[in-house]
Design a protein around this ligand. Structure first.
Ligand code: HEC
Ligand code: HEC
Ligand code: HEC
Ligand code: HEC
Length: 437
Protein backbone atom coordinates (compact mmCIF):
# COMPACT_ATOMS: atom_id res chain seq x y z
CA UNK A 1 0.00 0.00 0.00
CA UNK A 2 1.04 3.53 -0.59
CA UNK A 3 2.17 5.60 2.32
CA UNK A 4 2.80 9.22 1.65
CA UNK A 5 4.38 11.35 4.31
CA UNK A 6 4.63 15.08 4.52
CA UNK A 7 8.39 15.23 4.20
CA UNK A 8 8.32 13.44 0.92
CA UNK A 9 5.62 15.71 -0.39
CA UNK A 10 7.63 18.72 0.65
CA UNK A 11 10.73 17.36 -0.93
CA UNK A 12 9.02 16.61 -4.20
CA UNK A 13 7.57 20.07 -4.41
CA UNK A 14 10.88 21.78 -3.80
CA UNK A 15 12.85 19.70 -6.28
CA UNK A 16 14.27 21.39 -9.30
CA UNK A 17 11.93 20.85 -12.18
CA UNK A 18 14.00 19.71 -15.10
CA UNK A 19 11.02 19.08 -17.33
CA UNK A 20 9.95 22.65 -17.76
CA UNK A 21 13.05 23.95 -19.55
CA UNK A 22 12.06 25.75 -22.74
CA UNK A 23 11.56 23.14 -25.45
CA UNK A 24 13.88 23.08 -28.43
CA UNK A 25 12.60 22.93 -32.00
CA UNK A 26 12.51 19.40 -33.39
CA UNK A 27 15.27 18.73 -35.97
CA UNK A 28 12.86 18.39 -38.86
CA UNK A 29 11.31 21.80 -38.31
CA UNK A 30 14.44 23.70 -37.32
CA UNK A 31 15.78 26.66 -39.29
CA UNK A 32 19.16 25.11 -40.06
CA UNK A 33 20.37 23.28 -43.14
CA UNK A 34 20.94 19.56 -42.75
CA UNK A 35 24.45 18.96 -44.04
CA UNK A 36 24.16 15.18 -44.48
CA UNK A 37 25.60 12.13 -42.74
CA UNK A 38 28.69 12.32 -44.97
CA UNK A 39 29.60 15.59 -43.21
CA UNK A 40 29.96 13.73 -39.90
CA UNK A 41 31.66 10.60 -41.21
CA UNK A 42 35.32 11.61 -41.67
CA UNK A 43 37.65 9.25 -39.81
CA UNK A 44 39.03 12.01 -37.57
CA UNK A 45 35.46 13.05 -36.71
CA UNK A 46 32.78 10.39 -36.04
CA UNK A 47 33.94 7.83 -38.60
CA UNK A 48 36.73 6.18 -36.63
CA UNK A 49 36.75 2.41 -37.00
CA UNK A 50 37.21 1.88 -33.27
CA UNK A 51 36.35 3.91 -30.15
CA UNK A 52 38.93 6.59 -29.32
CA UNK A 53 40.05 6.54 -25.72
CA UNK A 54 41.61 9.96 -25.51
CA UNK A 55 38.45 11.74 -26.66
CA UNK A 56 35.26 12.87 -24.87
CA UNK A 57 33.16 11.01 -27.38
CA UNK A 58 33.69 7.59 -28.93
CA UNK A 59 34.22 8.99 -32.47
CA UNK A 60 33.03 5.76 -34.06
CA UNK A 61 29.35 6.83 -34.01
CA UNK A 62 29.13 6.70 -37.79
CA UNK A 63 30.34 3.10 -37.92
CA UNK A 64 28.01 2.12 -35.09
CA UNK A 65 25.13 3.82 -36.85
CA UNK A 66 25.75 2.21 -40.28
CA UNK A 67 26.31 -1.25 -38.84
CA UNK A 68 23.88 -1.49 -35.93
CA UNK A 69 21.41 1.36 -35.80
CA UNK A 70 17.87 0.51 -36.97
CA UNK A 71 17.52 4.17 -38.00
CA UNK A 72 20.19 3.81 -40.67
CA UNK A 73 17.94 1.26 -42.40
CA UNK A 74 14.70 3.17 -42.00
CA UNK A 75 14.74 4.49 -45.57
CA UNK A 76 15.64 1.11 -47.09
CA UNK A 77 12.57 -0.28 -45.33
CA UNK A 78 10.47 1.92 -47.60
CA UNK A 79 11.80 0.00 -50.60
CA UNK A 80 10.85 -3.39 -49.13
CA UNK A 81 8.09 -5.60 -50.53
CA UNK A 82 6.01 -4.88 -47.45
CA UNK A 83 6.26 -1.14 -48.05
CA UNK A 84 5.54 -1.54 -51.77
CA UNK A 85 2.39 -3.46 -50.93
CA UNK A 86 1.41 -0.81 -48.39
CA UNK A 87 1.97 1.98 -50.89
CA UNK A 88 -0.22 0.36 -53.49
CA UNK A 89 -3.03 -0.23 -50.97
CA UNK A 90 -2.81 3.41 -49.95
CA UNK A 91 -2.73 4.63 -53.53
CA UNK A 92 0.76 6.11 -53.21
CA UNK A 93 3.12 6.15 -56.18
CA UNK A 94 5.99 4.93 -54.04
CA UNK A 95 6.69 4.71 -50.33
CA UNK A 96 10.24 5.96 -50.98
CA UNK A 97 8.92 9.34 -52.16
CA UNK A 98 5.75 9.73 -50.09
CA UNK A 99 5.99 12.46 -47.49
CA UNK A 100 3.85 10.51 -44.98
CA UNK A 101 6.43 7.72 -44.98
CA UNK A 102 9.60 9.83 -45.29
CA UNK A 103 8.63 12.02 -42.35
CA UNK A 104 9.35 9.11 -40.00
CA UNK A 105 11.62 6.88 -42.06
CA UNK A 106 14.15 9.57 -43.01
CA UNK A 107 15.49 12.97 -42.03
CA UNK A 108 12.85 14.65 -44.18
CA UNK A 109 14.01 18.26 -43.93
CA UNK A 110 12.43 20.59 -46.53
CA UNK A 111 14.37 20.79 -49.84
CA UNK A 112 15.56 24.33 -49.09
CA UNK A 113 17.20 23.09 -45.92
CA UNK A 114 19.30 20.31 -47.38
CA UNK A 115 23.03 20.80 -47.84
CA UNK A 116 25.07 19.48 -50.79
CA UNK A 117 26.01 16.23 -49.11
CA UNK A 118 22.53 15.51 -47.79
CA UNK A 119 20.96 12.28 -49.00
CA UNK A 120 17.41 11.29 -48.16
CA UNK A 121 18.43 7.64 -48.58
CA UNK A 122 20.53 7.95 -45.42
CA UNK A 123 17.32 7.37 -43.49
CA UNK A 124 17.15 8.76 -39.97
CA UNK A 125 20.70 10.14 -40.01
CA UNK A 126 22.69 12.03 -37.42
CA UNK A 127 20.86 15.32 -37.99
CA UNK A 128 17.47 13.60 -37.83
CA UNK A 129 18.14 13.47 -34.09
CA UNK A 130 20.93 15.97 -33.45
CA UNK A 131 19.42 18.80 -35.53
CA UNK A 132 20.54 20.56 -38.70
CA UNK A 133 24.30 21.20 -38.35
CA UNK A 134 24.65 24.29 -40.52
CA UNK A 135 25.65 26.59 -37.65
CA UNK A 136 27.46 24.14 -35.37
CA UNK A 137 29.24 21.74 -37.72
CA UNK A 138 32.51 23.67 -37.89
CA UNK A 139 32.68 24.65 -34.22
CA UNK A 140 31.17 21.92 -32.01
CA UNK A 141 34.41 19.92 -31.72
CA UNK A 142 36.47 22.81 -30.34
CA UNK A 143 36.18 21.60 -26.76
CA UNK A 144 36.56 23.05 -24.20
CA UNK A 145 36.39 26.46 -25.94
CA UNK A 146 32.98 25.54 -27.34
CA UNK A 147 30.73 23.77 -24.85
CA UNK A 148 27.78 21.49 -25.49
CA UNK A 149 25.50 24.29 -24.31
CA UNK A 150 27.12 26.70 -26.82
CA UNK A 151 26.32 24.31 -29.65
CA UNK A 152 22.74 23.94 -28.42
CA UNK A 153 22.28 27.68 -28.82
CA UNK A 154 23.20 27.37 -32.50
CA UNK A 155 20.87 24.51 -33.35
CA UNK A 156 22.29 21.31 -31.84
CA UNK A 157 19.26 19.45 -30.51
CA UNK A 158 19.62 18.73 -26.76
CA UNK A 159 19.21 14.94 -27.01
CA UNK A 160 20.64 14.54 -23.52
CA UNK A 161 17.71 16.34 -21.86
CA UNK A 162 14.99 13.85 -21.10
CA UNK A 163 12.02 16.07 -21.98
CA UNK A 164 13.50 16.97 -25.35
CA UNK A 165 14.67 13.45 -26.03
CA UNK A 166 11.17 12.15 -25.29
CA UNK A 167 9.61 14.67 -27.66
CA UNK A 168 12.10 13.69 -30.37
CA UNK A 169 11.66 9.92 -30.15
CA UNK A 170 7.89 10.22 -29.70
CA UNK A 171 7.57 12.35 -32.82
CA UNK A 172 8.19 9.15 -34.81
CA UNK A 173 7.43 6.37 -32.32
CA UNK A 174 4.00 7.68 -31.37
CA UNK A 175 3.44 10.55 -33.80
CA UNK A 176 2.60 14.21 -33.34
CA UNK A 177 0.42 16.83 -34.99
CA UNK A 178 2.69 16.82 -38.05
CA UNK A 179 2.96 13.09 -38.62
CA UNK A 180 1.05 10.04 -37.51
CA UNK A 181 0.76 6.40 -38.51
CA UNK A 182 -3.02 6.42 -38.84
CA UNK A 183 -5.39 3.47 -38.73
CA UNK A 184 -5.48 3.72 -42.52
CA UNK A 185 -1.70 3.23 -42.65
CA UNK A 186 -1.98 0.42 -40.09
CA UNK A 187 -4.72 -1.25 -42.12
CA UNK A 188 -2.45 -1.15 -45.15
CA UNK A 189 0.05 -3.31 -43.22
CA UNK A 190 2.10 -1.03 -40.95
CA UNK A 191 3.19 -2.63 -37.65
CA UNK A 192 1.54 -1.36 -34.48
CA UNK A 193 3.79 1.17 -32.72
CA UNK A 194 4.80 0.94 -29.09
CA UNK A 195 7.28 2.97 -27.09
CA UNK A 196 8.78 3.47 -23.66
CA UNK A 197 11.60 6.00 -23.44
CA UNK A 198 14.06 4.19 -21.19
CA UNK A 199 13.65 0.72 -22.69
CA UNK A 200 13.82 2.02 -26.25
CA UNK A 201 16.81 4.25 -25.53
CA UNK A 202 18.72 1.29 -24.13
CA UNK A 203 17.56 -1.07 -26.89
CA UNK A 204 18.76 1.41 -29.47
CA UNK A 205 21.92 2.57 -27.69
CA UNK A 206 23.22 -0.95 -27.28
CA UNK A 207 21.93 -2.45 -30.54
CA UNK A 208 24.67 -4.57 -32.04
CA UNK A 209 28.13 -4.89 -30.62
CA UNK A 210 29.01 -1.32 -29.72
CA UNK A 211 27.11 1.45 -27.95
CA UNK A 212 26.26 4.77 -29.65
CA UNK A 213 27.71 6.66 -26.68
CA UNK A 214 29.23 5.79 -23.35
CA UNK A 215 28.00 7.21 -20.08
CA UNK A 216 31.14 7.75 -18.00
CA UNK A 217 32.27 10.39 -15.52
CA UNK A 218 33.31 12.70 -18.34
CA UNK A 219 29.88 12.37 -19.97
CA UNK A 220 28.12 13.07 -16.70
CA UNK A 221 30.20 16.19 -16.18
CA UNK A 222 29.32 17.52 -19.62
CA UNK A 223 25.69 16.47 -19.87
CA UNK A 224 22.58 15.50 -17.96
CA UNK A 225 22.23 11.77 -17.45
CA UNK A 226 19.47 10.90 -15.00
CA UNK A 227 18.62 7.44 -13.67
CA UNK A 228 16.74 4.81 -15.67
CA UNK A 229 13.74 5.08 -13.38
CA UNK A 230 13.54 8.83 -13.93
CA UNK A 231 13.85 8.45 -17.70
CA UNK A 232 11.06 5.88 -17.49
CA UNK A 233 8.79 8.08 -15.35
CA UNK A 234 9.38 11.33 -17.24
CA UNK A 235 9.16 9.50 -20.57
CA UNK A 236 5.82 7.94 -19.59
CA UNK A 237 4.26 11.24 -18.69
CA UNK A 238 5.60 12.80 -21.88
CA UNK A 239 4.07 9.91 -23.85
CA UNK A 240 0.79 10.18 -21.98
CA UNK A 241 0.55 13.92 -22.56
CA UNK A 242 1.45 13.66 -26.23
CA UNK A 243 -1.18 10.93 -26.68
CA UNK A 244 -3.77 13.19 -25.04
CA UNK A 245 -2.65 16.12 -27.20
CA UNK A 246 -3.39 13.97 -30.25
CA UNK A 247 -6.82 13.11 -28.85
CA UNK A 248 -7.53 16.79 -28.15
CA UNK A 249 -5.79 18.35 -31.11
CA UNK A 250 -7.10 19.51 -34.44
CA UNK A 251 -5.28 16.90 -36.52
CA UNK A 252 -8.06 14.36 -36.70
CA UNK A 253 -11.01 16.67 -36.50
CA UNK A 254 -13.95 15.49 -38.54
CA UNK A 255 -12.13 12.50 -40.02
CA UNK A 256 -14.67 9.93 -38.89
CA UNK A 257 -16.78 8.61 -36.08
CA UNK A 258 -13.87 8.55 -33.67
CA UNK A 259 -10.96 10.96 -33.09
CA UNK A 260 -8.67 8.47 -34.88
CA UNK A 261 -8.77 4.70 -34.52
CA UNK A 262 -5.00 4.56 -34.26
CA UNK A 263 -5.40 6.13 -30.82
CA UNK A 264 -7.73 3.40 -29.61
CA UNK A 265 -6.67 0.06 -28.25
CA UNK A 266 -6.17 -2.14 -31.34
CA UNK A 267 -7.37 -5.25 -29.60
CA UNK A 268 -10.54 -3.59 -28.41
CA UNK A 269 -11.78 -4.30 -31.93
CA UNK A 270 -9.29 -6.77 -33.37
CA UNK A 271 -9.80 -9.89 -31.39
CA UNK A 272 -11.26 -13.23 -32.13
CA UNK A 273 -14.98 -13.33 -31.51
CA UNK A 274 -14.60 -16.78 -30.02
CA UNK A 275 -12.36 -15.80 -27.14
CA UNK A 276 -14.34 -13.58 -24.89
CA UNK A 277 -11.61 -11.98 -22.85
CA UNK A 278 -13.52 -8.83 -22.14
CA UNK A 279 -13.70 -7.98 -18.50
CA UNK A 280 -15.31 -4.92 -17.03
CA UNK A 281 -12.13 -3.17 -16.02
CA UNK A 282 -12.68 -0.51 -13.42
CA UNK A 283 -10.57 1.89 -15.41
CA UNK A 284 -13.00 1.65 -18.31
CA UNK A 285 -15.66 3.02 -16.02
CA UNK A 286 -17.89 0.00 -16.55
CA UNK A 287 -18.48 1.22 -20.11
CA UNK A 288 -19.77 -2.24 -20.95
CA UNK A 289 -18.84 -4.83 -23.57
CA UNK A 290 -18.55 -3.96 -27.22
CA UNK A 291 -17.27 -0.45 -26.59
CA UNK A 292 -13.85 0.44 -28.00
CA UNK A 293 -11.51 2.21 -25.60
CA UNK A 294 -8.60 4.59 -26.04
CA UNK A 295 -5.21 2.93 -25.75
CA UNK A 296 -4.08 3.64 -22.21
CA UNK A 297 -1.00 1.48 -21.57
CA UNK A 298 1.15 4.47 -20.60
CA UNK A 299 -1.69 6.05 -18.58
CA UNK A 300 -1.96 2.95 -16.43
CA UNK A 301 1.76 3.04 -15.69
CA UNK A 302 1.54 6.72 -14.78
CA UNK A 303 -1.19 5.72 -12.34
CA UNK A 304 1.11 3.14 -10.71
CA UNK A 305 3.84 5.79 -10.52
CA UNK A 306 1.45 8.30 -8.93
CA UNK A 307 0.21 5.75 -6.39
CA UNK A 308 3.76 5.41 -5.14
CA UNK A 309 4.54 9.12 -5.08
CA UNK A 310 1.36 10.86 -4.04
CA UNK A 311 -1.92 9.19 -3.09
CA UNK A 312 -4.07 12.24 -3.80
CA UNK A 313 -2.57 12.77 -7.24
CA UNK A 314 -3.22 9.09 -7.94
CA UNK A 315 -6.88 9.36 -6.97
CA UNK A 316 -7.31 12.37 -9.23
CA UNK A 317 -5.62 10.63 -12.14
CA UNK A 318 -7.71 7.52 -11.67
CA UNK A 319 -10.95 9.51 -11.65
CA UNK A 320 -9.93 11.47 -14.74
CA UNK A 321 -8.88 8.30 -16.55
CA UNK A 322 -12.21 6.63 -15.84
CA UNK A 323 -14.00 9.73 -17.07
CA UNK A 324 -11.95 9.71 -20.27
CA UNK A 325 -12.89 6.09 -20.94
CA UNK A 326 -16.56 6.80 -20.37
CA UNK A 327 -16.32 9.81 -22.69
CA UNK A 328 -14.30 7.74 -25.18
CA UNK A 329 -17.41 6.33 -26.80
CA UNK A 330 -19.65 9.42 -26.65
CA UNK A 331 -18.64 12.34 -28.82
CA UNK A 332 -15.58 14.38 -29.67
CA UNK A 333 -16.51 17.37 -27.50
CA UNK A 334 -16.73 15.22 -24.37
CA UNK A 335 -13.64 13.23 -25.32
CA UNK A 336 -11.60 16.42 -25.67
CA UNK A 337 -12.83 17.84 -22.39
CA UNK A 338 -12.01 14.62 -20.53
CA UNK A 339 -8.61 14.40 -22.22
CA UNK A 340 -7.88 17.97 -21.12
CA UNK A 341 -8.78 17.12 -17.54
CA UNK A 342 -6.47 14.09 -17.48
CA UNK A 343 -3.71 16.11 -19.12
CA UNK A 344 -3.92 18.69 -16.31
CA UNK A 345 -3.43 15.88 -13.79
CA UNK A 346 -0.45 14.54 -15.69
CA UNK A 347 1.03 17.98 -15.97
CA UNK A 348 0.87 18.57 -12.22
CA UNK A 349 2.52 15.21 -11.51
CA UNK A 350 5.15 16.04 -14.13
CA UNK A 351 5.99 19.32 -12.42
CA UNK A 352 6.74 17.49 -9.19
CA UNK A 353 8.79 14.68 -10.65
CA UNK A 354 12.49 14.52 -9.81
CA UNK A 355 15.27 12.00 -10.19
CA UNK A 356 15.39 11.53 -6.42
CA UNK A 357 11.67 11.16 -5.85
CA UNK A 358 11.38 8.43 -8.46
CA UNK A 359 14.56 6.68 -7.40
CA UNK A 360 13.54 6.55 -3.77
CA UNK A 361 10.25 4.86 -4.66
CA UNK A 362 11.52 2.28 -7.14
CA UNK A 363 10.62 -0.66 -4.90
CA UNK A 364 7.14 0.70 -4.23
CA UNK A 365 6.48 1.39 -7.89
CA UNK A 366 7.48 -2.17 -8.72
CA UNK A 367 5.15 -3.50 -6.04
CA UNK A 368 2.30 -1.35 -7.34
CA UNK A 369 2.71 -2.70 -10.85
CA UNK A 370 2.98 -6.30 -9.69
CA UNK A 371 -0.09 -5.92 -7.50
CA UNK A 372 -2.14 -4.42 -10.35
CA UNK A 373 -0.94 -7.24 -12.56
CA UNK A 374 -1.82 -9.90 -10.01
CA UNK A 375 -5.28 -8.33 -9.81
CA UNK A 376 -5.64 -8.89 -13.59
CA UNK A 377 -5.66 -5.19 -14.43
CA UNK A 378 -3.67 -5.69 -17.62
CA UNK A 379 -6.39 -7.25 -19.75
CA UNK A 380 -5.26 -5.39 -22.84
CA UNK A 381 -1.98 -6.08 -24.55
CA UNK A 382 -0.85 -2.42 -24.64
CA UNK A 383 -0.86 -2.11 -20.86
CA UNK A 384 0.75 -5.54 -20.40
CA UNK A 385 3.55 -4.48 -22.70
CA UNK A 386 4.09 -1.26 -20.74
CA UNK A 387 3.99 -3.22 -17.48
CA UNK A 388 6.63 -5.59 -18.79
CA UNK A 389 9.01 -2.77 -19.80
CA UNK A 390 8.56 -1.09 -16.42
CA UNK A 391 9.06 -4.30 -14.42
CA UNK A 392 12.16 -5.18 -16.41
CA UNK A 393 13.69 -1.73 -15.89
CA UNK A 394 12.89 -1.67 -12.16
CA UNK A 395 14.10 -5.21 -11.47
CA UNK A 396 17.46 -4.36 -13.04
CA UNK A 397 17.68 -0.98 -11.31
CA UNK A 398 17.05 -2.68 -7.97
CA UNK A 399 19.48 -5.51 -8.86
CA UNK A 400 16.84 -7.95 -7.72
CA UNK A 401 18.51 -11.17 -8.81
CA UNK A 402 15.62 -13.37 -7.70
CA UNK A 403 13.31 -11.56 -10.10
CA UNK A 404 15.84 -11.11 -12.90
CA UNK A 405 15.58 -14.81 -13.64
CA UNK A 406 11.81 -14.49 -14.21
CA UNK A 407 12.01 -11.71 -16.78
CA UNK A 408 12.55 -14.12 -19.67
CA UNK A 409 9.31 -15.97 -18.97
CA UNK A 410 7.43 -12.71 -18.76
CA UNK A 411 8.88 -11.61 -22.10
CA UNK A 412 7.89 -14.93 -23.70
CA UNK A 413 4.29 -14.46 -22.65
CA UNK A 414 4.17 -11.24 -24.71
CA UNK A 415 5.83 -12.57 -27.87
CA UNK A 416 2.68 -12.30 -29.99
CA UNK A 417 0.04 -9.66 -29.34
CA UNK A 418 -2.58 -11.72 -31.17
CA UNK A 419 -2.07 -14.62 -28.80
CA UNK A 420 -1.81 -12.61 -25.61
CA UNK A 421 -3.46 -14.36 -22.66
CA UNK A 422 -4.26 -11.90 -19.86
CA UNK A 423 -4.86 -14.59 -17.27
CA UNK A 424 -1.48 -16.19 -17.88
CA UNK A 425 0.23 -12.78 -17.69
CA UNK A 426 -1.60 -12.02 -14.47
CA UNK A 427 -0.44 -15.33 -12.95
CA UNK A 428 3.16 -14.57 -13.85
CA UNK A 429 3.02 -11.17 -12.18
CA UNK A 430 1.39 -12.75 -9.12
CA UNK A 431 4.29 -15.18 -8.97
CA UNK A 432 6.76 -12.30 -9.05
CA UNK A 433 4.77 -10.49 -6.40
CA UNK A 434 5.07 -13.50 -4.10
CA UNK A 435 8.83 -13.67 -4.66
CA UNK A 436 9.04 -10.00 -3.77
CA UNK A 437 7.62 -10.47 -0.32
C1 HEC B 1 12.70 10.60 -37.59
C2 HEC B 1 11.98 9.51 -36.94
C3 HEC B 1 12.59 8.80 -35.77
C4 HEC B 1 13.16 9.35 -34.64
C5 HEC B 1 13.38 10.82 -34.32
C6 HEC B 1 13.50 8.24 -33.78
N1 HEC B 1 13.17 7.06 -34.38
FE1 HEC B 1 13.51 5.18 -33.65
N2 HEC B 1 12.85 4.37 -35.38
C7 HEC B 1 12.28 5.07 -36.43
C8 HEC B 1 11.92 4.15 -37.48
C9 HEC B 1 11.26 4.52 -38.79
C10 HEC B 1 12.29 2.86 -37.04
C11 HEC B 1 12.14 1.55 -37.81
C12 HEC B 1 13.34 1.39 -38.69
C13 HEC B 1 13.12 0.25 -39.68
O1 HEC B 1 13.15 -0.93 -39.27
O2 HEC B 1 12.91 0.57 -40.84
C14 HEC B 1 12.89 3.05 -35.71
C15 HEC B 1 13.39 2.00 -34.94
C16 HEC B 1 13.79 2.14 -33.62
C17 HEC B 1 14.13 1.05 -32.75
C18 HEC B 1 14.11 -0.42 -33.10
C19 HEC B 1 12.72 -0.93 -32.80
C20 HEC B 1 12.56 -2.41 -32.98
O3 HEC B 1 11.41 -2.88 -32.83
O4 HEC B 1 13.54 -3.08 -33.27
C21 HEC B 1 14.45 1.59 -31.51
C22 HEC B 1 14.84 0.82 -30.27
C23 HEC B 1 14.31 3.02 -31.64
N3 HEC B 1 13.91 3.32 -32.93
C24 HEC B 1 14.54 3.92 -30.61
C25 HEC B 1 14.50 5.32 -30.77
C26 HEC B 1 14.87 6.25 -29.74
C27 HEC B 1 15.30 5.89 -28.34
C28 HEC B 1 14.73 7.49 -30.29
C29 HEC B 1 15.02 8.83 -29.64
C30 HEC B 1 16.36 9.00 -29.12
C31 HEC B 1 14.30 7.33 -31.65
N4 HEC B 1 14.15 6.00 -31.91
C32 HEC B 1 14.07 8.38 -32.53
C33 HEC B 1 12.09 6.43 -36.50
C34 HEC B 1 12.60 7.36 -35.60
C1 HEC C 1 4.64 8.35 -37.19
C2 HEC C 1 5.82 7.78 -37.80
C3 HEC C 1 5.69 6.76 -38.90
C4 HEC C 1 5.01 6.89 -40.10
C5 HEC C 1 4.12 8.04 -40.55
C6 HEC C 1 5.34 5.70 -40.87
N1 HEC C 1 6.15 4.87 -40.14
FE1 HEC C 1 6.77 3.01 -40.68
N2 HEC C 1 7.58 2.74 -38.82
C7 HEC C 1 7.70 3.71 -37.86
C8 HEC C 1 8.38 3.17 -36.71
C9 HEC C 1 8.71 3.93 -35.43
C10 HEC C 1 8.65 1.82 -37.01
C11 HEC C 1 9.35 0.82 -36.11
C12 HEC C 1 8.32 0.19 -35.23
C13 HEC C 1 8.93 -0.65 -34.12
O1 HEC C 1 9.61 -1.62 -34.44
O2 HEC C 1 8.69 -0.31 -32.95
C14 HEC C 1 8.12 1.58 -38.36
C15 HEC C 1 8.18 0.35 -39.02
C16 HEC C 1 7.80 0.17 -40.36
C17 HEC C 1 7.91 -1.07 -41.07
C18 HEC C 1 8.40 -2.40 -40.50
C19 HEC C 1 9.89 -2.42 -40.55
C20 HEC C 1 10.48 -3.71 -40.06
O3 HEC C 1 11.70 -3.74 -40.01
O4 HEC C 1 9.73 -4.63 -39.73
C21 HEC C 1 7.51 -0.83 -42.36
C22 HEC C 1 7.48 -1.82 -43.52
C23 HEC C 1 7.13 0.56 -42.44
N3 HEC C 1 7.30 1.14 -41.20
C24 HEC C 1 6.71 1.20 -43.58
C25 HEC C 1 6.12 2.46 -43.60
C26 HEC C 1 5.49 3.05 -44.76
C27 HEC C 1 5.45 2.42 -46.14
C28 HEC C 1 4.98 4.25 -44.37
C29 HEC C 1 4.18 5.24 -45.18
C30 HEC C 1 2.95 4.75 -45.75
C31 HEC C 1 5.28 4.41 -42.95
N4 HEC C 1 6.00 3.32 -42.55
C32 HEC C 1 4.90 5.50 -42.18
C33 HEC C 1 7.22 5.01 -37.93
C34 HEC C 1 6.40 5.49 -38.94
C1 HEC D 1 17.84 8.08 -33.12
C2 HEC D 1 18.48 9.32 -32.79
C3 HEC D 1 19.96 9.48 -33.04
C4 HEC D 1 20.65 9.29 -34.21
C5 HEC D 1 20.11 8.85 -35.55
C6 HEC D 1 22.02 9.64 -33.93
N1 HEC D 1 22.14 10.00 -32.61
FE1 HEC D 1 23.85 10.52 -31.68
N2 HEC D 1 22.88 10.56 -29.88
C7 HEC D 1 21.52 10.40 -29.72
C8 HEC D 1 21.20 10.43 -28.31
C9 HEC D 1 19.82 10.26 -27.71
C10 HEC D 1 22.43 10.62 -27.63
C11 HEC D 1 22.64 10.67 -26.10
C12 HEC D 1 22.32 11.99 -25.53
C13 HEC D 1 23.41 12.99 -25.77
O1 HEC D 1 24.57 12.73 -25.37
O2 HEC D 1 23.12 14.05 -26.34
C14 HEC D 1 23.45 10.74 -28.66
C15 HEC D 1 24.79 10.99 -28.40
C16 HEC D 1 25.73 11.24 -29.39
C17 HEC D 1 27.06 11.74 -29.14
C18 HEC D 1 27.54 12.25 -27.82
C19 HEC D 1 28.40 11.40 -27.02
C20 HEC D 1 28.95 12.17 -25.85
O3 HEC D 1 29.70 11.54 -25.11
O4 HEC D 1 28.67 13.37 -25.65
C21 HEC D 1 27.69 11.86 -30.36
C22 HEC D 1 29.11 12.33 -30.63
C23 HEC D 1 26.74 11.43 -31.36
N3 HEC D 1 25.56 11.06 -30.74
C24 HEC D 1 27.00 11.42 -32.72
C25 HEC D 1 26.14 10.93 -33.68
C26 HEC D 1 26.47 10.76 -35.07
C27 HEC D 1 27.78 11.12 -35.71
C28 HEC D 1 25.37 10.22 -35.68
C29 HEC D 1 25.22 9.77 -37.10
C30 HEC D 1 26.21 8.87 -37.64
C31 HEC D 1 24.33 10.09 -34.66
N4 HEC D 1 24.84 10.52 -33.47
C32 HEC D 1 23.05 9.60 -34.87
C33 HEC D 1 20.61 10.20 -30.73
C34 HEC D 1 20.92 9.91 -32.04
C1 HEC E 1 -13.06 0.86 -33.18
C2 HEC E 1 -12.55 -0.38 -33.72
C3 HEC E 1 -11.13 -0.49 -34.22
C4 HEC E 1 -9.99 -0.18 -33.56
C5 HEC E 1 -9.84 0.40 -32.17
C6 HEC E 1 -8.90 -0.55 -34.44
N1 HEC E 1 -9.38 -1.06 -35.60
FE1 HEC E 1 -8.30 -1.81 -37.15
N2 HEC E 1 -10.00 -2.09 -38.22
C7 HEC E 1 -11.27 -1.83 -37.77
C8 HEC E 1 -12.20 -2.01 -38.85
C9 HEC E 1 -13.71 -1.79 -38.76
C10 HEC E 1 -11.43 -2.42 -39.97
C11 HEC E 1 -11.92 -2.71 -41.38
C12 HEC E 1 -12.53 -4.06 -41.42
C13 HEC E 1 -11.51 -5.12 -41.49
O1 HEC E 1 -10.70 -5.11 -42.43
O2 HEC E 1 -11.47 -5.99 -40.58
C14 HEC E 1 -10.06 -2.49 -39.53
C15 HEC E 1 -8.99 -2.92 -40.30
C16 HEC E 1 -7.69 -3.10 -39.85
C17 HEC E 1 -6.65 -3.80 -40.53
C18 HEC E 1 -6.78 -4.47 -41.87
C19 HEC E 1 -7.31 -5.83 -41.61
C20 HEC E 1 -7.44 -6.66 -42.86
O3 HEC E 1 -7.74 -7.85 -42.69
O4 HEC E 1 -7.28 -6.12 -43.93
C21 HEC E 1 -5.53 -3.75 -39.75
C22 HEC E 1 -4.17 -4.36 -40.05
C23 HEC E 1 -5.88 -3.00 -38.57
N3 HEC E 1 -7.20 -2.63 -38.64
C24 HEC E 1 -5.00 -2.69 -37.53
C25 HEC E 1 -5.33 -1.96 -36.40
C26 HEC E 1 -4.38 -1.50 -35.41
C27 HEC E 1 -2.87 -1.75 -35.46
C28 HEC E 1 -5.10 -0.84 -34.47
C29 HEC E 1 -4.57 -0.11 -33.21
C30 HEC E 1 -3.65 0.98 -33.41
C31 HEC E 1 -6.50 -0.89 -34.86
N4 HEC E 1 -6.59 -1.57 -36.05
C32 HEC E 1 -7.55 -0.36 -34.12
C33 HEC E 1 -11.63 -1.45 -36.50
C34 HEC E 1 -10.76 -1.04 -35.51
Amino acid sequence: MCKMNKNILLLISTMIVSLTVAAATLPQSGIDKHMGVASCAASQCHGSAVPQDGSNVLQNEYVTWTQNDPHAKAYQTLASDQSKAMASRLGLRSATTAKICLDCHADNAPLARRGERFQISDGVGCEGCHGGAERWLSSHYNVPTVSHADSVTVGLYPTDRIAERAELCLSCHLGNDDKFATHRIMSAGHPRLSFELDTFTELWRTAGRQPHYRIDADYQARKTSPSHSYAWAAGLIAEGRQRLALVMGPKFEGTGLFPELGLYDCHACHRSMKTVQWQALSRHGGAGPGVPFLSDGSFVMILALARSLDATAAENIEAALTALHIAGSTNIVEIRAAAGELDDRFSSLQRRLSVESVQRHEREILQQILASGAAAQFIDYASAEQAFMAVQMLVFELSDTALEAEIGELADSLQDDERYRPIQFSRLLAKLENREE
